[in-house]
Design a protein around this ligand. Structure first.
Ligand SMILES: *Cc1c(COP(=O)(O)O)cnc(C)c1O
Length: 368
């Protein structure tokens, strides 16, 4: 170990590591496959790609690349605010919604503070908690979903933040409107509640908490959303938080001046207008989730009914099946790092991609 390491932030030593989905190019090289023959169903991306309107707007924006971006993203915020029916001061943009989660860390986490989250929660919550030296309190899940009474019971005077993803990744489970409100009502106003709504656009009847932010009724609530999932812009890195003005102002202090680049601002602005692309993605997803779920049921494979754009399925040795699928050009996500070594998470692709994934999976699982 080098001498400087003794002076590093001691929290780094126990920091969990985020394991991302494998990139297509890397898998192609490793297995001697043609990149165009590989399908990636590993990171819950949009199988149709970005909206063509967003791509055109981004190409246009590239011509102004010599200029710094608008540091307050005026146009994008104004447009988002009008879509959501909030004031621009209720919005904060991030380099992915992961950056919003980090802003929450900056403003609310430090040693002695407890962070409450569910077992099988999104990997970034424990990472942010550890980075700021806060103590993560994990509440056992109930049927793979969040145990709301359990989360409420875990809140103590030391609690600073409660995280809930709805729908949740990696389980795809959904918390009912009643339970969401039960949680919000039970949390004292000193405690921040982060509702991670990365997959909300895939729901038919989502719990709409925007009115409670709009009215000022819940100044301790932040809703996190992203352009990475239904909008098909994961590579752009753009997410946003919706919260009361005071909470937004606090998070703004932790934000770098130009955290959202000009291409991202232009792409997102155009993507918001392409509701057709979203509708098509949503419809494809509905069909895809049903396809996987009915196939798994027929095969006798246990799965968690999904409210998102992926399905969690029990396959035995998850890392082995993942490796076999990958060798055959299908990238999925093994779940060992989430404490689910028997499971694979498969993102919904196009119908052809889903069929190919399933065919390969059946071959791999067929008794020799
Ligand atoms: C994918 C995902 C995000 C989005 O992250 P970005 O940084 O916006 O790409 C956030 N939360 C959950 C639960 C996710 O699955």
């Amino acid at each position: 170990m080098s001498a400087f390491t003794s002076r590093l932030n001691p929290y780094l030593a126990s920091l969990p590591v985020y394991v991302p989905g494998r990139p297509i190019e890397e898998v192609a090289r490793e297995h001697g496959l043609d990149p165009s023959s590989i399908i990636k169903l590993a990171s819950n991306e949009n199988p149709f790609g970005p909206s063509p309107k967003a791509v055109a707007a981004m190409e246009q924006a590239a011509r102004q690349f010599h200029l710094y971006p608008d540091g307050s993203a005026t146009l994008l915020k104004r447009r988002l605010a009008s879509v959501l029916g909030v004031d621009p001061t209720n919005l904060i943009l991030g380099n992915g919604s992961n950056e919003i989660l980090e802003f929450v860390g900056h403003i609310a986490m430090r040693p002695g503070v407890e962070i409450v989250a569910s077992e099988f929660c999104f990997a970034v919550y424990p990472i942010v908690a550890a980075l700021f030296g806060a103590k993560l309190v994990t509440v056992p899940s109930k049927g793979f979903g969040a145990d709301i009474p359990g989360l409420i019971a875990a809140i103590t005077p030391a609690t600073g933040v409660v995280f809930l993803a709805n729908p949740n990744n990696p389980t795809g489970t959904r918390t009912s409107a009643e339970d969401v409100r039960r949680l919000l009502d039970a949390v004292s106003p000193e405690v921040l509640v982060v509702m991670d709504e990365a997959y909300i656009e895939f729901l038919d009847n989502p719990v709409d908490l925007v009115p409670e932010v709009r009215s000022g009724a819940r100044p301790n609530l932040v809703l996190c959303r992203t352009f990475s999932k239904i909008y098909g812009l994961a590579g752009l890195r753009l997410g946003y938080g919706i919260a009361g003005k005071e909470l937004v102002a606090a998070m703004e202090k932790a934000r770098q001046p130009f955290n959202v680049n000009s291409i991202a601002q232009a792409g997102a602005l155009a993507a918001l207008d392409d509701t057709e692309h979203m509708d098509r993605t949503r419809a494809n997803n509905r069909v895809g989730v049903a396809y996987y779920e009915s196939a798994f049921a027929k095969l006798g494979l246990r799965f968690i009914p999904s409210s998102a754009n992926f399905v969690l399925v029990e396959v035995g040795d998850g890392s082995k099946v993942f490796a076999e699928l990958q060798r055959r050009g299908v990238i999925t996500r093994p779940m060992g790092s989430y404490g689910l070594p028997q499971w694979l998470r498969i993102s919904v692709g196009t119908p052809a991609e889903n069929a190919r994934c399933l065919t390969q999976l059946v071959e791999i699982l067929r008794p020799a």
